[in-house]
Design a protein around this ligand. Structure first.
Ligand code: ADP
Length: 797
């Protein structure tokens, strides 16, 4: 409770700040009775009671009242302060009483306030109410208005001051809010993109913002005070307005009030445009005014148009898409484009619309599709390419590849599905896989790998079949294939030739096959025959794709090498044999000649002089020696075919034949043989050996005759790159099983008694034919005759 004092400033204060009590006036009761009676008779006691009553009323008013109030003495010391002020300033009364007011309420320096106080007290400054900002100790800002009156004593001198403080804080806040609100309104009005328009009760414009100026083409100056509908409404609307306006004027009500309408408005230039108009009624006194917000809808209308057009074009795209597109909500078909209808074999949408999608799904795929639908529709998940089996309406199985995305259709969560029939593709893929498998298997069987090399700019991609990897001894999982790494697999000695070969291939030169070796991880070597082929080139003739094969020729290569080794061996042993035969026959000749000549001497000298047995024995020995001589001569001739032959030169085969016939004159005459021949070619040959060859064959034809005289014909024909000579006879012929044997050295089919000979003639002939790069062979019909053939390559081939 505020403690208040009854004292007026300037009065003696005994109990500062303590409320006056009834007992304070007890001195009056203690007056001497006669005086008391005298006073009573004058009515003083009554007056005093009224005074006390009045004083209490005012004191209560100030103490308990809502207005802040204090009293100051001449020094500005607070002598009295009420509860309202203590609460307003947030200070205890006890703290204020006896302290200068300037410590509690002052502007700037307390000394300034003190001086102003003194000026007022001395009458130098008027006591007009003044505002004061005050910051309470709790930080609250107050706006105060202070009203002051001077306290004067009986002499009229100012002895203090009474002040009432009004708290204007709240009012100031409201005023500020109002001002701000007005500013906001003004700036909204100025910056609004919508036209803000207000009309008074007469329909005349009283607000016309810049947006309205822009929208309609009228300035505010032109518009304000003008009947708005006459200017802005097209004729048709004007009439409607005129009909409804009088009612609005009276009641503030109308069909357009409080709603938003789509209307047409007219600009100053007469052009019309679509607007949205919202109207509100405002009462001003007795009059109803209207505020309108007008939005230019030209852009929106155009956008709506564009949206409609774009929706239309999307619809056309979907309708004409070659891909099947359908929409499902709640697991049922809701939309299918024509391609989707074709896919399912439907002739009209009604066959599928609102049917369960799962009914068109193959039983094997139903669980997966049902789960997919759930994922898309419930969880909004994109279902990226899946493959499932569906069913056409006629029950045919469809392999479908598609993807589904969440889609809102007619306000319901669903899925938009793009589907493609891959039945054919799947079959083709299976075929392709089977073909690849076949290729891989057959490449494995044939040890034939293949490769495909694409070069595009700086990129080079090489692909090998599984067999190729196997041939090169690497695995596709671990080997990083490129042209560079490929070369490292090749035997070091073959790498340079491989690189040269690759260059030639790339240059499109089509080099012959390349044989090269591959070092296998187990240390062995594999022989490969490589072949490359340019498939495509770019405009500058650079190779862009090459394919080729790699054939494992290790076995053949090893066989060839073994053969070569055997041939070398054979050649060496043949040479040794020839040398031996030569040496043997040559060295045997001398002692044999001695045996032979002494046997002949014995025969001449002692024939008929010894007994008959001796003559016979000597004859055997002479004959044996002769045969042996013949044998040795033939062996010598055989061994000389290779070693003592002459250089080849063009030889007229007739000449060689004629020479042979001349050598055989005796035999021909004796046997009455008839030898004929066709024109013969010129061949590159050793003429002596060719003569001998004819002589041997014709000699045999005469020797192995039947009883009738031999008929022999010699001819030659060209076959491809060689001349094939033939010597035909009508002799005894040869059994088929002997056709090979007769060419082997010493091999004969008859005894010397039947037909003389050494069995070397054909062996020598064969060797001669082979030395000339040809062959010798025979066809025969036993009892009818034989044909001996030999070939000699055509000159220069
Ligand atoms: P030779 O004439 O000394 O017996 P060859 O080597 O010339 O030795 O002949 C080998 C064998 O081939 C002959 O013993 C003979 O049996 C057979 N022969 C060769 N030429 C003829 C031919 N024109 N007709 C039938 N048999 C032949």
């Amino acid at each position: 409770m505020a403690q208040t004092g009854p004292q007026s400033p300037g009065e003696e204060q005994t109990q500062r700040g303590v409320a006056p009590k009834e007992s304070d006036f007890s001195c009056l009761r203690d007056l001497p009775l006669p005086l008391k009676e005298q006073l009573d008779s004058l009515g003083f006691s009554r007056a005093l009671s009224r005074l006390i009553e009045s004083e209490r009323r005012f004191r209560d008013l100030f103490e308990q009242g809502p207005v802040a109030y204090h009293e100051l003495d001449q020094e500005g010391i607070v002598r009295w302060v009420n509860q309202a002020e203590c609460e307003l300033l947030g200070v205890e009364a006890g703290a204020m009483l006896g302290r200068p007011i300037f410590e509690f309420v002052s502007r700037g320096e307390p000394s300034e306030s003190r001086e102003a106080f003194q000026r007022k007290l001395s009458g130098q400054q008027a006591l007009d109410p003044f505002p004061r900002d005050h910051i309470r100790s709790d930080g609250r800002h107050l706006t105060l208005e202070i009203h002051e009156v001077l306290i004067r004593n009986a002499q009229g001198e100012a002895t203090g001051m009474r002040s009432v403080m009004l708290d204007l804080t709240r009012r100031k806040e409201i005023e500020e809010a109002l001002r701000e609100g007005e500013e906001v309104l003004r700036s909204v009005c100025a910056s609004s993109l919508d036209a803000l328009v207000m009309i008074d009760g007469g329909g005349r414009a009283i607000l016309w913002n810049p947006a309205a100026e822009r929208m309609f083409g009228y300035t505010a100056a032109e518009m304000l005070g003008q009947p708005i509908h006459d200017l802005l409404a097209p004729a048709a609307l004007r009439q409607r307005f005129q009909e409804s306006f009088p009612a609005f004027q009276k009641t503030g009500k109308g069909a357009a009030i409080g709603t938003m309408r789509e209307l047409t408005a007219r600009r100053k230039d007469g052009s019309e445009f679509p607007i949205d108009l919202s109207l509100a009624a405002v009462q001003k006194g007795a009059e109803w005014q209207a505020v309108g917000v007008i939005r230019d809808m030209t852009g929106r209308k155009r956008a709506e148009e564009a949206l409609r057009e774009s929706q239309e074009s999307y619809r056309r795209v979907v309708e004409n898409a070659p891909e099947a597109i359908f929409v499902a909500t709640q697991g049922r078909f809701r939309y299918l484009n024509p391609a989707a209808l074709r896919l399912f074999g439907a002739t009209s949408a009604s066959e599928l619309l609102d049917k369960l999608v799962l009914e068109s799904v193959h039983p094997d795929s139903r669980a997966a599709v049902a789960e997919g639908i759930r994922q898309v529709e419930e969880f909004g998940v994109d279902l990226l390419p899946w493959r499932q089996q569906y069913l056409k309406l006629d029950g045919t199985v469809l392999d479908i590849e598609g993807f589904a995305v969440p889609f809102l259709y007619e306000g319901k969560k669903g899925s938009l599905v793009f589907a493609r029939d891959i039945t054919e593709r799947k079959r083709a893929e299976e075929d392709l896989r089977a073909n690849e498998d076949l290729l891989s298997q057959s490449q494995g069987i044939g040890h034939l790998g293949s490769w495909d090399w694409r070069l595009q700019g700086d990129t080079s991609v090489m692909v090998w079949t599984p067999e190729t990897y196997r041939l090169f001894g690497v695995s596709p999982e671990t080997f990083a294939l490129s042209v560079e790494t490929f070369v490292t697999l090749i035997h070091p000695d073959d790498q340079a030739s491989m690189q040269a070969w690759i260059r030639e291939c790339l240059a499109g030169l089509g080099p012959p096959d390349l044989e090269f070796r591959v070092n296998l991880p187990d240390g062995s070597v594999r022989y490969i025959n490589g072949r490359g082929h340019v498939v495509s080139q770019d405009a500058e003739g650079k190779t862009t794709r090459m394919v080729g094969v790699a054939l494992d020729i290790t076995e053949r290569k090893l066989a060839e090498q073994a053969l070569l080794r055997r041939t070398e061996e054979l050649k060496r042993s043949n040479t040794e044999l020839e040398q031996f035969a030569y040496v043997a026959s040559h060295d045997l000749q001398e002692p044999l000649r001695m045996v032979s000549s002494y046997m002949q001497l014995l025969s001449r000298r002692y024939k008929g002089k010894l007994d008959s047995n001796a003559d016979e024995f000597i004859a055997f020995a002479v004959d044996g020696a002769k045969r042996m001589q013949q044998l040795i001569n033939d062996m010598l001739a055989f061994s000389r075919v290779a070693t003592r032959g002459h250089e080849f030169e063009p030889v007229e085969a007739d000449t060689a034949l004629k020479q042979a016939l001349s050598n055989l004159t005796a035999a021909i005459e004796e046997s009455h043989a008839n030898v004929t021949f066709d024109p013969l070619p010129v061949v590159s040959a050793d003429s002596g050996q060719l003569t001998q060859l004819f002589q041997n064959l014709i000699g045999n034809a005469i020797k192995f005759r039947r009883l009738e005289p031999p008929r022999i014909h010699v001819s030659a024909e060209r076959r491809a790159k060689e001349w094939v000579f033939s010597v035909r006879d009508n002799g005894i012929g040869i059994e088929p099983q002997h056709l090979e044997r007769i060419f082997v050295i010493f091999q004969r089919l008859h005894t010397a008694a039947e037909f003389p000979g050494t069995g070397l003639g054909l062996a020598i002939s064969k060797k001669i034919a082979e030395r000339h790069g040809g062959h010798l062979w025979v066809t025969s019909e036993p009892g009818a005759g034989s044909v001996f053939y030999f070939s000699i390559p055509v000159q220069g081939q």
